[in-house]
Ligand binder design. Structure first.
Ligand code: FAD
Length: 327
């Protein structure tokens, strides 16, 4: 079945990136359809108080912020559907998306499908927001004087440990090998911070707690025979910094992705041509733009996703109309 209406822009993703793009484009009087997916609102629907989104001096609950973003985009005419796009065809001038058998088309496409943090696979998701976190920048301030653990060995883990060291009483950095793959400068900062203690050659094998994180069990390798390799540690905060999966499966054969699967745009791949043409958020496919965590392998914040959503919207508007409306 083919939907007759051809939209100006289809946005795939109903998180801060997608809704901000929808707000700008609908306010510029373009017709906008947002596929917010079955996880409409995105990652912030899984958290409680967001204290670092500007404009809310006492913080704002994640779901409230997302509900408001959706309402604000709809106010200017954006249509939001809570369905997952199941197929795309992006190469032609007309961009086509499918939801099951239904085909819908647009003149431009914005991809803002986000990313999800890799987990340990120990059922720790049930304690997300109750001691377990995948974002130290977001949550470190909640752990003043507490005992915290970071898992990982890359730059993100170093950054998380350093962020936590500003607040927490104790920070343990657990890594499964005997050296980090993080950059030297980040490692030096970690080693130079008296609050951070590294636990090498060790893996978290159990995460315990019902309503709140209580303890973790660690298994260490390479220790003397006869010594119990398991240690149980009481902890208040467990921060996972073992990477992210960008949600790009749907697009992977049609658009350039980096080695970790993040969508490449002029902003992230340093493509000077796209900058010169005035489309820094365009992907390798003309008329297809990217924003938010699906592009951003570094910052992964609501405000950066929203900021990039604005950029993608302005680029898409320029692509469709030759200019940008006053804003
Ligand atoms: C627990 C937690 C707490 C956090 N706390 C903070 C915080 O305090 N401050 C902060 O700045 N950041 C925080 N973050 C990070 C922040 O949530 C993300 O950076 C931000 O949500 C990224 O926005 P986004 O629009 O790129 O993608 P997302 O929020 O990930 O949204 C992706 C959207 O894409 C949709 N989608 C995916 N695939 C499809 C498909 N096939 N069809 C249709 N739709 C699809 C999903 O349904 C979803 O609506 C937190 C993250 C987590 C997980």
């Amino acid at each position: 079945m083919v939907e007759e209406k051809k939209w100006d822009v289809i946005i795939i993703g109903g998180g801060p990136g997608g809704y901000t793009a929808a707000l700008y484009l609908s306010r510029a009087t373009l017709s906008v359809l947002v596929f917010a997916g079955v996880k409409a609102g995105g990652q912030l629907m899984n958290t409680t108080l967001v204290e670092n989104y500007p404009g809310f001096k006492d913080g704002v609950m994640g779901p409230d912020l997302m509900m408001n973003m959706e309402v604000q985009a709809k106010k200017f005419g954006a249509e939001v559907r809570y369905e997952n796009v199941t197929k795309v065809e992006m190469s032609g001038e007309t961009k086509k998306v499918w939801v099951g058998e239904k085909e819908i088309s647009a003149k431009a496409l914005i991809i803002s499908t986000g990313a999800s943090a890799k987990m340990l696979g120990l059922d720790e998701e049930k304690l997300m927001g109750k001691g377990v976190s995948t974002c130290a920048v977001c949550d470190a301030a909640f752990f003043k004087e507490k005992i915290t653990v970071v898992v990982g060995g890359g730059d993100a883990a170093m950054e998380d440990a350093l962020a936590l060291a500003k607040y927490a009483g104790e920070v343990y950095l657990i890594h499964r090998r005997d050296s980090f793959k993080a950059s030297k400068v980040m490692q030096e900062r970690v080693f130079g911070n008296p609050k951070i203690k590294v636990i090498w050659n060790s893996e978290v094998v159990e995460v315990n707690g019902e309503d709140k994180l209580k303890s973790i069990k660690i298994k260490s390798s390479g220790i003397d025979a006869g010594v119990d390799p398991y240690t149980t540690m009481s902890v208040d905060g467990l921060f996972l910094a073992i990477g992210h999966f960008p949600t790009t499966e749907l697009f992977k054969s049609q658009v350039d992705l980096d080695e970790k699967g993040f969508l490449k745009t002029g902003i992230t791949n340093g493509n000077a041509k796209l900058w010169l043409e005035g489309y820094p958020t365009m992907t390798s496919v003309s008329g297809v733009f990217g924003c938010g965590d699906v592009v951003d392998f570094k910052y992964k914040q609501a405000i950066t996703a929203a900021g990039m959503g604005c950029q993608a919207a302005l680029d898409a508007e320029k692509y469709l109309t030759g200019g940008t409306s006053s804003y």
